[in-house]
Structure formats: structure tokens, C-alpha cells
Design a protein around this ligand. Structure first.
Ligand code: NAD
Length: 260
């Protein structure tokens, strides 16, 4: 447990999920130090802004001083050239964890992705300890993030919770989303649970809503205190038809359009 809410360093705060948390975390009593390379103005209540490139270790250490926990969302959120992925996502996550260690921050919540296991065939349910099967360089970076988190737990005693997020969007639009959707409200609930869980050590949880058609195991998330309230089923009549790549966890990320 990180104790009573203090200040969270929020990386990727200008992004889609970051913007949600800039409302949701203060509403739960947390103060924010929001960071990104993109524009973050204006600061909200209970928020300070600290721009930093995740590829710059010294800048990340400066941004981390004095916070109680880190929520690490920043980086490239889709497929890109290997060097770009390595710099923003793999080096960036090393910098976040190393900064936490140097600054005495015990809790780091990391945005991983279903694409860490994207080439896994659908099963009911896919467990969190299925072997890494990344579907892209982006997915490789998520495997690396989880591995770095595990190292910093075992070697330095941090608590690191990795969130294998499915599809975070206001509503499901594709058939696959009936399984993979993570609603806005559940995204906030998920991060709050990861911040508040008592001594999780190293944990990997799937970040989806309570979808009736889910094929990812929500058990580890529930054990951590994540209790999703939304279900993509409410949108089942309004989504696109199934696609051939829906048989794999990573969906269209496993298809040829992601060949580089
Ligand atoms: N949205 C989803 O459905 C989804 C699904 C699975 C995983 N995730 C993961 O969740 C996290 C947040 O997702 P999102 O949808 O909000 O992504 P996003 O692309 O909207 O936001 C990412 C933010 O990171 C910032 N960033 C990029 N490179 C940076 C760098 N070098 N230094 C500092 N900041 C940098 C960007 O400016 C951006 O604001 C990402 O790690 C993403 O991979 C998201």
C-alpha cells in the first residue's frame, strides 16, 4: 500500500488515458505531477506540470523526486520503427524504474498491453502467465517493460503492477472490442486499484472491463482489488462484424499491415 494518497508522477499525461487520469486520480484524492513531451497546459487542480523526455534519464529523475508513486503511460502506443520503440518504450521504462529506485519511490504502475501476448490464440481464459508472444516491436517493448518491472521488484524490492490493457476507448466499435474493451471509468478504477493494492510485489493484470465475451483472465486483477463495472455487451448490436484476426489475442496487430 502506498499509504494515504500523495503525489503521483503521471507519464504520458497528454495522451488518451493520461487525460482520463488527470481527472480520475485527483477525484480520488491523489495529487499529480504530470509529464509528457506534448503540451499539458493548463494544469488542473492538484496538478503540477513537469515536461520530460522519457529517453532522458536525468530529466526523468528530476521529475520523480518527492512523489509517492509513478503511473507510467508514456511512450509510443502503436507500432513504429524498432529504434523509435526502443528509445521511447524500453529505454524510457528503464529510466522510469531507475528514477523510482534512486528517488525511493516504492510503487510503479506500468501500462503494458495485450500485444505482449498478441500471437496467443484465443482461449477461455488466457492466463496472465501465458508465455510472451509479442505481435509487433511495440509488443516486444511491452514484454521488455514487464521484464524490467520484474527485475526491479526482485532486485530492489519495488512494487510494480503491469496493466495489460486491451482497448481503451469511450465505447467498443469493432467485434474484437466486445472482449478487449476497457471503459473510461474502469480504466480509472484499474489504475486506482494498482496504486492502492497492498504489497503486490510484481503483478501482471489484464486491463479490460467486465465484458461478457472476455477471453482474458480477470482473476488476478480482481485479487488486486480491481472491480470493473462496465460490459461491452451493451454495444454488441452496434459493432462491426468479426475479422479473421479476431482469433488471436492481438487482433489486427497480428496481420500483414503491421509488417515493417
Ligand atoms: N489506449 C489503448 O487502448 C491502449 C491499449 C493497450 C496499451 N495501452 C498503453 O497505455 C499507455 C497510454 O495509452 P494512450 O492510448 O493514452 O496513448 P497515447 O499515445 O494517447 O499517449 C502516449 C503519450 O506518451 C507521450 N510520449 C511519447 N513518447 C514520449 C517520450 N519519449 N517522452 C515522454 N512522453 C512521450 C506522448 O506524447 C503521448 O502523450 C501506452 O503505454 C499504451 O501503449 C493503451
Amino acid at each position: 500500500m502506498t499509504g494515504s494518497p500523495g503525489t503521483v508522477l503521471l507519464t504520458g499525461a497528454a495522451g488518451r488515458i493520461g487525460r482520463l487520469l488527470r481527472t480520475g486520480l485527483p477525484a480520488a484524492g491523489w495529487s499529480l505531477r504530470s509529464t509528457d513531451i506534448a503540451d499539458l497546459a493548463p494544469a488542473g487542480p492538484q496538478e503540477e506540470i513537469a515536461y520530460a523526455d522519457l529517453a532522458d534519464l536525468d530529466a526523468v529523475v528530476d521529475a520523480t523526486r518527492g512523489v509517492a508513486a509513478v503511473v507510467h503511460l508514456g511512450g509510443l502506443s502503436g507500432e513504429a520503427a524498432y529504434e523509435d520503440i526502443r528509445r521511447a518504450n524500453i529505454d524510457g521504462t528503464y529510466h522510469v524504474l531507475e528514477a523510482a529506485r534512486r528517488c525511493g519511490v516504492r510503487r510503479v504502475v506500468i501500462a503494458s498491453s495485450n500485444h505482449a501476448v498478441g500471437f496467443t490464440p484465443r482461449a477461455d481464459p488466457v492466463p496472465v502467465d501465458t508465455r510472451p508472444r509479442p505481435d509487433t516491436f511495440y509488443g516486444v517493448s511491452k514484454v521488455a517493460k514487464e521484464a524490467l518491472g520484474s527485475l526491479y521488484v526482485d532486485r530492489y524490492g519495488l512494487d510494480v503492477v503491469c496493466l495489460r490493457i486491451g482497448t481503451q476507448a469511450p465505447r467498443p466499435t469493432r467485434h474484437r472490442h466486445l472482449a478487449s474493451w476497457l471503459s473510461d471509468g474502469d480504466a480509472i478504477r484499474l489504475v486506482l486499484a494498482a496504486l492502492d493494492a497492498t504489497a503486490p510485489g510484481f503483478a501482471v493484470v489484464y486491463g479490460i472491463s467486465a465484458n461478457s465475451r472476455a477471453w482474458w483472465d480477470l482473476g488476478p486483477g480482481r485479487a488486486l482489488g480491481y472491480h470493473p463495472q462496465d460490459d461491452a455487451e451493451a454495444y454488441a448490436d452496434a459493432v462491426d462484424p468479426p475479422e479473421p484476426t479476431d482469433d488471436l489475442v492481438g487482433g489486427d496487430f497480428t496481420g500483414p499491415e503491421h509488417d515493417l
